[in-house]
Design a binder for this molecule. Structure first.
Ligand SMILES: [Zn+2]
Length: 297
């Protein structure tokens, strides 16, 4: 029921916004936006980024496919020096690391501490900034060549971190939208690269449609990655590209803040649930990472 109300509000509200946008009615446009935001109160309840308590085992609910049926898979060494209990979802076959849940770690506080470290995701300036942006560009070039496409239009990055990869995306896309729970670093990047770089939050994201969505080493950190995936897929235009890179399950990637591990079957399941098709999977054996490229149907 909530989903259908939200859907209707979004359809009617978005249509109205389109019409007003074209007619140039600024005041009415502002009113329409406010109304749409209020109509989206039910959506806020579903904001997948707001989930902060790891409880997948306790609730028996997989954060990826939202099914029940998590079973103990194995224990392995964790970078926090203890052992990590890993569970498998019988439905989508993702792996869930229950360390934070079982140790009742205050994940929000923990992530905040990491994020406040000035060395973590530092935004450099001058030549150092340009060099970092240069280093990120070949990922897009490589994907363009392998997929035989030229990226264009708009780009949204979820969990943009330092915002450097998105800065490099400006060389391929006309507008770049970045989301992250920490805005400071992204605003610093915007100061350097200019106004085609938009720092947005979840609510802003609901009002835009983009040609490409990228989630690079962030899906493992979400407690509701299925919800985040659905959000990304929902804001993609038809035939738009969804690019994702995640660490695969290897010892150096197991630590309490990495909740979910993925494989090809998990992405196939997510693709089916959200109206996308798999284009390709790539493996980086040096970094033990996998890249999934999907396309909206
Ligand atoms: Zn699952």
């Amino acid at each position: 029921m909530i989903d259908s109300i939200t859907f209707l509000a979004k359809v009617i509200g978005s249509r109205w916004l389109d019409i007003l946008d074209k007619s140039g009615e600024k005041i009415l446009l502002k009113m329409a936006r406010n109304l749409l935001n209020r109509a989206d109160i039910s959506e806020i309840r579903h904001n997948p980024f707001l989930e902060s308590i790891p409880n997948a085992v306790k609730k028996d609910r997989c954060g990826v496919c939202h099914s029940t049926g998590l079973v103990k898979y194995l224990e392995c060494r964790s970078l926090d020096s203890g052992y990590a209990p890993l569970y498998m979802c019988k439905s989508c076959l993702c792996l869930y690391n229950a360390t934070a849940e079982f140790n009742e770690m205050d994940v929000v506080e923990w992530q905040k501490r990491w994020a406040e470290d000035p060395e973590f995701y530092k935004v450099p300036t001058g030549d150092e900034f340009v060099a970092l942006v240069d280093r990120a560009a070949p990922t897009f070039e490589w994907l363009e060549n392998d997929l035989g496409v030229r990226f264009s239009g708009s780009y949204m990055e979820i969990g943009a971190g330092s915002g450097i990869m998105a800065a490099s995306a400006l060389r391929f896309f006309s507008d770049v939208y970045v989301l992250d729970h920490v805005h400071d670093r992204l605003l610093k990047v915007r100061e350097i690269v200019g106004e085609r770089y938009h720092v947005i939050d979840y609510d802003d994201g609901l009002n835009i449609k983009v040609d490409t969505v990228l989630i690079w080493h962030a899906m493992e950190h979400f407690l509701n990655p299925g919800g985040v995936f659905a959000f990304g897929a929902g804001q993609l235009k038809k035939k738009g590209y969804f690019l994702m890179q995640v660490p695969v399950l290897t010892e150096e990637h197991v630590y309490p803040g990495h909740y979910y591990f993925y494989n090809e079957l998990v992405f196939k399941r997510l693709a089916e649930q959200n109206g996308l098709s798999i284009l390709n999977f790539y493996y980086d054996h040096a970094m033990n990472a996998m890249t999934a490229v999907l396309r909206k149907n």
